[in-house]
Structures are given as C-alpha cells and as structure tokens.
Design a protein around this ligand. Structure first.
Ligand code: MRU
Length: 337
C-alpha cells in the first residue's frame, strides 16, 4: 500500500544529540516540538504525556538511555529512573531491558544509539505487517470503532489498531471509521481524529458513552484497539474504557480485535489481575483544557487503563501472526520460550 499517503506523522525524532518530541498535550491546537537533552527530561516527558502510547514510550526511553550514555551519566540510575516513568505499558520495560543487555555487553553510546534505532525501525515494520494481517480479517465494506490513539503518534509510525484501520481503508475492507473521544485525556478526539483528517480518511467521532448505541445500530462489525500489556493468558490492558467496549461488543455480536507488537506481550505476567493499572491525578478528570469544570471540593478516581479478559477478545494481531480466541496455551505456543 501507499504508506506515504497514509502515515505522515513522526512524533519521536532522534537528532544526534537530543530527542525531539511532538508535544501531544497541545494537539491538535498547536504543533509544538519539545527537545529533550537528558534522560531526566525524557522521563518527565513520558510522565507528563508529551509522548504517550505504549510503543512510543519504549522508543523514547531507549533514546533516553542513549542521552545518558552520551553525557557519561550512570546508566543504571538512568534505567531505573526511566523504568519508573509509567507503570502499565510493558513496552517501556521491554525497551529498557534491551538497552540494559547491550550495556551489560559493553556497548558504548554509539552502539546504544544503534540499538535504539533498531527498536524504532522494528516497531514501524511490525506495524505495517500487522496492518496487513489485521485488515485481512475484516469483510469488505465494514464499519469499525476504535478507542484512544494507536496511530503514528503512539508508535514509530503507521500505528497498531490505527495501522489496521489505515490498511483496511486503503484496501476497501473498511467503509466507515468511528473513533471514541477517550475521556478524560481525549486521545481519540484530539489525536486519532488529527491523524485521520491528515490522512484524508473519513471518520466520525463519537462520545465514549455512544458506543453501545452505535453497536446496536449495526454500523460497526469490529472494535479495533491497541494494548499496553498483554498477559500470558491473553488478558489485555489498554486505555480505560476498552473493557466496557469489549462487553458491549460481545453483547451485540460485534468482533473485538487487539493489535499490538510482540513487545507488548508480557509472558512474565500470568493474567490481567497481575497488571498494575496506572492511577493518574484527579485533576485530569476535574478539569478540561486547564479549566476546572467540576465544583471545588469534589473528588475523583482516575484509573487510566483497564483489563479486557481474553475470553472477550476475538483476535490478537501481532507481527508474529493472528491469534484467534486467545488463551494461555496458544499464547505459550506463540510467545513462550
Ligand atoms: O495513556 P496513553 O495515551 O499512553 O495510553 C495509550 C493507550 O492506551 C494505547 O491504546 C496503547 O498504548 C496502544 S498504542 C499503539
């Protein structure tokens, strides 16, 4: 397919002695770049959601290690600091473990840069491959609903679930795209719609609370989402709201697809119960665009991920292939050892 036509954003850019990040807090209002010159700045950028999305977090962290090496900082401390930036997306830990192995083997800053570049390049290749695999599951002319942002902004490029949508639109398998706004941070409204409009892909935004009604109308045949961590039994952590989409999808006979590179699979975590769910500051719920919208004195609970049990997932698509009706045995067969 014509990748240049459909994938034009690169949110994480290495610039030989610093990392340029497209500040996702400001999109789509403003395209402002932030330059990170230390591992501590990269850690802060991950924590503050300047860069977000499981694969992009891992890639940024790998470059954070390169910055530490270039500046002669203690690498063990940099690894610990970056690892603690966010808890749920395992791509962060996976990328840092790869960097750690290279450090243990005596790699210098240039070699570490080679490893970070490999992590970034492999992610783009995986996404393009998953796009083809996922799109092939969809009947021509289908409607799909996606959640959060899983596109070029969240990855090295092309995207995971959004990659399948790009490939599906290009091949005519997807006729209509719906994107949930993804309260409270609005990754769907602000970021997914930004990417789709830039690509010229016609898409309709829905309120998160419209999803079950949409499914009942018969307008969508698939829900397609990304993942932050897939446990050894196929249970999948993703953006808050994913679980209720999976329940509604099963109720309405809508298929549910998870698209993620193998770097998101965590065979050391037995099931969803063992996945740490990030709790973020209540202000993300109590304010919108920096403006307090809820009465002073109100409290809020703000978990930003949830876990969809494997039995609600029809297909997990990774670059290693498609797993239909995931369970511990098939996950072990594909990812064990
Ligand atoms: O809090 P975020 O924006 O980092 O959460 C992102 C998601 O939940 C995505 O769906 C997931 O990381 C997959 S991105 C390819």
């Amino acid at each position: 397919m014509d990748y240049d036509r459909y994938d034009r954003v690169r949110a994480v850019q290495w610039q030989s002695d610093h990392l340029r990040l497209l500040d996702q807090r400001l999109l789509p209002r403003e395209e402002r770049w932030m330059d990170c010159r230390t591992a501590a700045e990269v850690t802060q950028a991950i924590r503050d959601l300047v860069v977000r999305g499981a694969p992009a977090i891992g890639i940024a962290a790998a470059w954070g290690v390169v910055l530490a090496a270039q500046q002669g900082e203690p690498l063990d401390a940099a690894l610990v600091m970056l690892r603690a930036a966010r808890p749920t997306a395992v791509n962060l830990m996976w990328a840092l473990d790869r960097m750690k192995k290279r450090i243990a083997a005596g790699a210098d800053a240039a070699m570490l840069a080679g490893e970070a570049q490999a992590i970034q390049d492999e992610d783009l290749a995986a996404n393009r491959h998953m796009g083809e695999l996922g799109a092939a599951l969809i009947a021509p002319g289908s409607g799909v609903l996606t959640h959060c942002n899983t596109g070029s902004l969240a990855t090295a490029g092309f995207g995971t679930a959004l990659g399948v949508i790009r490939a599906g639109v290009a091949s005519g398998r997807i006729g209509q795209v719906y994107a949930g706004e993804t309260r409270p941070w609005q990754q769907g409204a602000r970021l997914t719609m930004y990417e789709l409009v830039r690509d010229g892909i016609s898409a309709r935004l829905i309120a998160d609370s419209a999803a079950a009604h949409l499914m009942k109308s018969g307008a969508v045949q698939w829900v397609i989402v990304g993942a932050d961590r897939i446990a050894a039994n196929g249970d999948t952590a993703n953006k808050i709201g994913t679980y209720q989409l999976a329940i509604a999808a099963r109720h309405h006979g809508v298929k549910f697809m998870v698209v993620a590179p193998s770097s998101t699979v965590d065979m050391a975590t037995p099931d969803g119960e063992a996945i740490e769910i990030e709790l973020r500051d209540a202000t993300e719920l109590l304010s919108t665009g920096g403006q307090r919208t809820v009465v002073e004195g109100a409290e809020a609970w703000n978990p930003v991920f949830d876990v969809t049990p494997a039995e609600l997932i029809d297909a997990i698509v990774t670059e290693r292939g498609v797993i239909e009706r995931p369970n511990a045995a098939v996950m072990q067969a594909v990812f064990g050892g």
